[in-house]
Design a protein around this ligand. Structure first.
Ligand SMILES: Nc1ncnc2c1ncn2[C@@H]1O[C@H](COP(=O)(O)OP(=O)(O)OP(=O)(O)O)[C@@H](O)[C@H]1O
Ligand SMILES: [Mg+2]
Length: 397
């Protein structure tokens, strides 16, 4: 491509009005179909704004993947902040996702760094929390922590967070929590003691057809120019959303169809484009988790993917994947890590549920057993495409 051609691509018309409104982290101005859940949150947390002794409150939000837990919590946080400003209440709202903050210590350190400007090194978690709480009291401020994917913390860490008011005294704990988890994951960590620390449990139900349609109407209006998408196509997508009980699927279809139109120079969606985009979406696959991986984990995952593409089996083995990984590292001029580290990355990918691995006894293998690695939510070829796109940005400069 030469510069003229490059420029020409920018002159092309786009179907998007605001493509960033379809990003995962985007919080829309209006949130439809979650009125009851938002009201429950308001009912629980308004005391922080209105009462002078500002109690400490813990709420749990659960629900299936893609039902809107994260967006609802962030929407609530954003608007509560506005109200607090209007009422002269000094409220901080912090959002952490345990995919990257996978221990209580990491969260406490981050808070320390941000609010007390210390590194937090050399402090125990409890000492750290105490410092943060004293700072809040000194400043007459209050903190609402939103902790997403909380099941990645150990149950005793979750309990310790929910227990802050008990541990440090209610009058000292100017801090409340909204914790979020998929219902299924939450089952694993839930126990009597944790339950007894919750003021409220909110279970978000999947959207039905009409709700999905209303949300898609609004989201497509934000994202696209007029007449890009017909009503009957929105109905088609709403059908898919309510069938899979996953709103993320619908948003992804909108995004992919839009990108396709732009690339092909088309001005509007057709049923074929939507159908094709829908086939490309893997509703349980979490692209956001992949984005957060470290370089070496990306490379290890690509090794697994490549070795899966080379075999007729539905699984691959650590040794095979490691070989591919070494070749890949060489291609990108990166020093490969030793096999023991590679095994660690595989374990981490397993913990994140990107892959599943299980040890199987077999007669032929050297030590009588081997570890079978499978992909969970997406075919190897598709994941390969995604990783290659990512590597292009990451390693090719
Ligand atoms: N009521 C709504 N209005 C507008 N957009 C919504 C609504 N509910 C969900 N969405 C959109 O659907 C997508 C999925 O929602 P979200 O990420 O909040 O789901 P989740 O329940 O947190 O899923 P997961 O368990 O996989 O993290 C997001 O793009 C979000 O913006
Ligand atoms: Mg979420």
């Amino acid at each position: 491509m030469d510069e003229d051609e490059f420029r020409k691509q920018f002159m092309k018309k786009s179907v998007f009005k605001l493509s960033s409104s379809l990003d995962q982290s985007y919080v829309p101005e209006k949130l439809y179909c979650r009125d009851e859940d938002i009201k429950t949150l308001i009912y629980n947390f308004r005391r922080i704004i209105e009462e002078s002794d500002q109690p400490s409150i813990n709420c749990l939000m659960t629900g299936k993947g893609g039902v809107g837990k994260t967006v609802t919590a962030r929407y609530f946080g954003k608007n509560l902040k506005t109200i607090s400003l209007e009422r002269d209440v000094n409220l901080f709202i912090e959002y952490y996702n345990c995919i990257n903050f996978n221990s209580k210590s990491k969260i406490v350190r981050e808070l320390l760094a941000k609010y007390t400007h210390g590194s937090g090194r050399g402090f125990s978690d409890d000492e750290g929390i105490k410092l943060i709480l004293s700072q809040l009291i000194r400043e007459r401020s209050y903190m609402l922590l939103i902790i997403d994917e909380i099941f990645r913390l150990k149950p005793d860490e979750i309990l310790a967070l929910l227990d802050i008011a008990e541990t440090f005294g209610h009058q000292n704990a100017k801090l409340s929590l909204i914790i979020i988890s998929r219902t299924h994951d939450w089952m694993i960590v839930e126990n009597e003691r944790i339950l007894s620390r919750l003021n409220q449990k909110i279970e978000l139900k999947p959207y039905n057809f009409d709700e999905a349609k209303q949300i898609l109407d609004y989201r497509s209006e934000l994202a696209f120019k007029e007449n890009v998408i017909d009503d009957d196509l929105l109905e088609m997508i709403a059908e898919i959303v309510s069938e899979h009980q996953n709103m993320r699927h619908g948003i992804e279809i909108l995004r992919k169809s839009g990108l396709y139109c732009d690339k092909e120079g088309l001005e509007r969606f057709t049923p074929e484009i939507v159908r094709e985009a829908s086939n490309e979406v893997y509703p349980t696959f979490r692209g956001d988790v992949i984005d957060l991986l470290k370089d070496q984990e990306h490379l290890a995952l690509y090794g697994i993917v490549r070795s899966l593409m080379n075999t007729d089996e539905s699984y691959t083995l650590v040794d095979e994947a490691y070989e591919e990984y070494q070749v890949i590292c060489e291609n990108y001029s990166i020093d490969p890590h030793v096999k023991m580290s590679f095994r660690k990355y595989v374990r981490h990918l397993d913990e994140l549920k990107i892959i599943t691995s299980k040890t199987v006894r077999i007669e032929e293998a050297q030590r009588g057993r081997h570890k079978e690695i499978r992909l969970l939510d997406i075919p190897a070829v598709k994941l390969a495409e995604l990783l290659e796109g990512l590597f292009e940005k990451k390693f090719m400069n």
